[in-house]
Write a protein that binds this ligand. Structure first.
Ligand code: G6P
Length: 614
């Protein structure tokens, strides 16, 4: 978490940094700050709160500088306050640093520095790092680039850093280990650093994604130079960005979350585009084709992910086991990595991640890779860390997702995972060509059906107005709709702070039924699929205890509609594709409830979109 940005060029740095921080604010918004190379030295401005608070702090001031760094924070060490906000000066105020990540051995480094006479103003690990660099710089007399290299060899943990040097105003030095860092290369020795490409895209499409263990310096005199911390020269590999600017703007919507919910017909289509030939019933997933034999012969598929991506993994478990008949295990990456799990060369590990940066997922796949498994990534952010760590994979083409609550990334993940399940099934001969074609024809209809579901918005808003003050909500579903129930509950709690739980409908009897009374809205996904009759019984059990039912039903349903207090109709589709449609009213419900409760929908408290710490 935390977003970092740096600029060096001929333009005014402050507005570029400020805009960049706004684009990166999804990564954390506890505090914000900038450090600018002004004529009379480095000017440090920082405060608790959002980037807009920082902006207000210096409103009307002319901040003339053509180099600077900026940071938006998700607190790890020390509470979010003005002092702990980044950037941080070294003790001599010669160096100034921004940092995303965690220095694990900061306590012992700090003690050593205290013994050498250093004083610390903040509680952060970052201030330890900048003073360590200063100490090495002073004691070795080496150039700053070399001092940073030496210092980083002493550091254990994750970091993306950018350092300003008061004595060399025309240079920025950055380094990366574990946390992401992109270098943008403009014209005439103009350079950018950022946690992702979104602050850069407006100025240049040419970028270099730094690898772990690399240090980069940019200067007006020498351009871009990269070395590893082991002192090996690296030739920069310049890539062209495919992103476009409109995808980063609100485009008339009041919130990114609503925009992204509404983008789903397109993002599902984009995730399918060029991969499906309906006439021949062929699926071409590049990453799959490359490793077809190994995936076909896998004895087990292990899916690792966190949050919403983990829910997509649970849906994939049903899909893959159903059509490909391979055992699937779905694991929280954070648990998996610390459990000494049994992994063999016959396993295929699928890592699902919107950001491609989630620290636990990244660590889990590194571990599985060492044990010989084939690692397949399903990620959204092109060039992010997970796709670079995997053997193979398929991108979801959802476009940038900015709202912290994930929506379009989920349905894009389902798209790719469905294509993957079908490819494995066809390759293993567990699904006939006819069945494959029938599923593909249905899948192709999903974007149109999503348009239909989105038309329920007004109705969902009305239901939201009735239940917005609820203190608890229960979400029930069976089969593929059980992960959807989990996802619906997650959406509600993360943005509206209402306690919500997702449960397999039949499990309700083993606990949650005790909670049901007139005050408890129960959202039931009761679409016409193989478990319909069973879910009907579960609804009766809730009704018998006075619970209020909000049901997601298939168009034309009469039975559940007669029992439910409210029902939202979604178009019919085949069982395994229902989650694409059933999740959307739940996304809308949580969105409207959060707006009505006055919550910050796109930046809910304490959360961040990209969780780069474990
Ligand atoms: C955070 C985000 C969630 C996301 C999860 C996993 O918690 O707020 O929306 O589902 O991380 O992120 P990933 O980028 O790996 O999908």
């Amino acid at each position: 978490m935390c977003g970092i940005v740096g600029y060096l060029g001929d333009k005014q740095a402050y507005p570029i940094l400020l805009k960049g921080l706004k684009r990166l604010e999804y990564r954390g918004y506890d505090s914000a700050g900038v450090a600018l190379q002004m004529e009379d030295g480095i000017r440090l401005i920082k405060c608790k709160g959002k980037v807009s608070n920082l902006e207000e702090l210096v409103a009307g001031e002319e901040l003339k500088a053509t180099a600077g760094i900026g940071h938006t924070r998700w607190a790890t060490h020390g509470p979010p306050n003005d002092v702990n906000a980044h950037p941080h000066f070294s003790e001599s105020e010669e160096l100034c640093i921004i940092h995303n990540g965690i220095i694990e051995n900061y306590a012992s480094l700090k003690n050593e520095l205290i013994n050498r006479g250093y004083d610390f103003k903040s509680d952060t690990d970052t201030e330890v790092l900048v003073n360590l660099i200063q100490e090495v710089h002073k004691s070795t007399g080496t150039e700053l680039f070399e001092s940073i290299r030496i210092a980083l060899n002493e550091v254990v943990g994750a970091y993306a850093i950018v350092v300003l040097n008061k004595l060399k105003p025309n240079e920025l030095i950055a380094a990366k280990m574990g946390s992401p860092l992109v270098v943008g290369i403009g014209e005439d020795h103009e350079f950018f650093f950022a946690s992702d490409a979104t602050p850069i895209i407006e100025y240049t499409k040419n970028v270099v994604y730094l690898e772990d263990g690399e240090i980069a310096s940019v200067s007006k005199d020498n351009g871009l130079r990269i070395k590893t911390i082991k002192n090996k020269d690296i030739t920069p590999y310049i890539q062209e960005l495919e992103m476009n600017l409109e995808t980063l703007e609100l485009g008339g919507y009041p919130h990114f979350m609503l925009k992204e919910i509404n983008e789903q017909p397109k993002s599902v289509l984009d995730s399918m585009r060029g991969r499906v030939d309906l006439l021949s019933g062929k699926i071409v997933l590049g990453g799959f084709v490359e490793h077809e034999q190994r995936i076909r012969n896998a004895e087990r598929i292990i899916i690792v992910a966190c949050g919403t991506s983990w829910h997509a993994g649970l849906v994939a478990e049903y899909l893959i086991e159903d059509v490909a008949r391979v055992p699937v295990e779905v694991e929280y990456a954070s648990e998996f990595r610390y459990r000494n799990p049994v992994i063999t060369e016959k396993d295929v590990v699928v890592a699902i991640s919107q950001s491609g940066e989630t620290a636990d997922t990244l660590a889990a796949i590194k571990m599985a890779k060492e044990k010989g498994a084939l690692i397949y990534g399903v990620c959204n952010v092109i060039g992010s860390s997970i796709p670079r760590e995997t053997h193979s994979g398929s991108y979801t083409h959802a476009g940038p997702e900015i709202g912290v609550a994930s929506t379009k990334a989920f349905t894009a993940q389902l798209t790719v995972l469905t294509l993957m399940a079908l490819s494995i099934g066809y390759s293993r001969g567990t699904i006939s060509k006819g069945k494959l074609q029938r599923i593909l024809v249905e899948l192709e209809q999903i974007p149109k059906k999503l348009e239909e579901v989105l038309k329920t918005d007004e109705q969902v808003r009305y239901i939201a107005s009735i239940y917005k003050d609820a203190r608890n909500m229960l979400y029930l579903g069976r089969g593929v709709n059980f992960p959807v129930a989990l996802e619906g509950a997650l959406k509600l709690k993360e943005i509206s702070y209402i306690h919500a739980e997702g449960y397999p409908a039949a499990e309700m009897k083993h606990g949650p039924i005790a909670l049901i009374d007139e005050e408890m809205p129960v959202i039931v996904i009761a679409t016409k699929d193989s478990s319909y009759e069973k879910v009907v019984s579960n609804i009766q059990e809730v009704k018998a205890r006075g619970g209020k039912i909000i049901a997601i039903v298939t168009e034309g349903d009469t039975q559940v509609k007669a029992m439910a207090d409210h029902s939202i109709e979604i178009p019919e589709t085949i069982d395994i594709l229902v989650p694409f449609l059933s999740v959307v009213p739940l996304q809308l419900l949580s969105y409207h409830i959060a707006v009505m409760r006055g919550c910050n929908v796109d930046q809910p408290r304490n959360l961040a979109k990209s969780v780069t710490v474990e």
